[in-house]
Design a protein around this ligand. Sequence first.
Ligand SMILES: Cc1cc2nc3c(=O)[nH]c(=O)nc-3n(C[C@H](O)[C@H](O)[C@H](O)COP(=O)(O)OP(=O)(O)OC[C@H]3O[C@@H](n4cnc5c(N)ncnc54)[C@H](O)[C@@H]3O)c2cc1C
Length: 373
Amino acid sequence: MMVRQVDILVIGAGIAGAGVAAQLAQTNSVIILDMEARPGYHSTGRSAAMFAMNYGNDPIKKLNRASWDMFHQLPVDFFPHSVLTDRGVLHVASAASEPEFDELMANADDIERLTPAQAAEIIPILDTSYCVTAGLEREAKDLDVAALHYGWLKQTKQNGAEVICDAGVSDAEFVDGLWHVETAKGKFKAKIVVNAAGAWADEIAIIFRVAPVRLVAKRRTIATLPSSHPDVSHKWPMLLSASEDWYMKPDAGSFLVSPADDDIVPPHDVFVDDMVLAEGLFRFCEATTYDVSRVDSSWAGLRVFAPDKTPVCGFAPTVEGFFWLAGQGGYGIQTSPALSLLAAHMILGHSLPAFADAQLINDLSPDRAALKQ
Ligand SMILES: Cc1cc2nc3c(=O)[nH]c(=O)nc-3n(C[C@H](O)[C@H](O)[C@H](O)COP(=O)(O)OP(=O)(O)OC[C@H]3O[C@@H](n4cnc5c(N)ncnc54)[C@H](O)[C@@H]3O)c2cc1C
């Protein structure tokens, strides 16, 4: 059977693989391999589609800031409309979650503190006997994830690269300076392999005889609920509990409500745990005057974290030509412009983008102490 050779193989056609391939394909031959029948089937197609500058730890916030500028400069040939639209986040605290709210306010930029009455003016279903304090993050946005993902795949393909689905990677060997990669769709060779396999990134590392980085996959569930009440506005901000144990976002005539579950699960095609969802809906109802009459649909996805909750971006320290782009947690869509650009510059040996200071490179390194056994 013919073995196809390119400069770079990217494993995973989610937002991470598509974003980095769009950069790499401008000057290199690239193939993206994905085990599923279509790109975006796993985490990328299951997110809450939010951009919030204050969400995440310090390295994530650096990537958020850099991505914010880049979201406003995406090439119009591939992104004809802005992928960001106004939403905002209303952070609300109960008496029990006030300490978490205070911590958020101490570390956040541009969150305006509100009284419970002011918060309830913005979202009238908020129960003021639950809410003791609130903060409005006006600049948070809805993200058009499908348009972003599609735009990068389009850019990748227009530069001559290929996306091959149903091509699960099952084996690999490094021979004479090239990775020989076996998949369900045949064999491929490349000098560099990018591991953008989401929840399966540690499994891919093992196939390539690279030390795993101790990623954990955490299930997160979303349900869509009807929102036909006359007082409901679909322009309301997202409503997020300060202890992140539920959230609600108005979306296309419905409410998306999440129990904000964080249960550790093995990498798999994750599905809803009805009891976890029911408990989360109960917490949402306790905080609001909303009554759940029915659940229209629900799904679950995986958020994938390294032990220090910081993504892993860089060449494996001891194995040639193996690049990590994994562990984006709950921030993989909003940080994807900056992480894709940074990863591509590192892979190609170009000077790094201005936002990538030495501390950030160290924080993202696959060689950092937090990832060792
Ligand atoms: C419910 C939920 C809400 C979220 N909300 C947000 C949000 O509001 N904002 C935000 O920024 N982020 C959010 N996230 C996080 C975001 O969705 C992820 O960080 C991001 O999608 C990760 O992208 P990825 O490309 O790394 O992973 P994936 O999209 O999972 O892609 C990995 C790909 O690798 C492929 N693959 C795996 N193994 C193999 C193999 N052996 N061979 C070939 N291919 C393989 C898979 O098929 C998959 O397509 C949310 C996540 C969830 C679950």
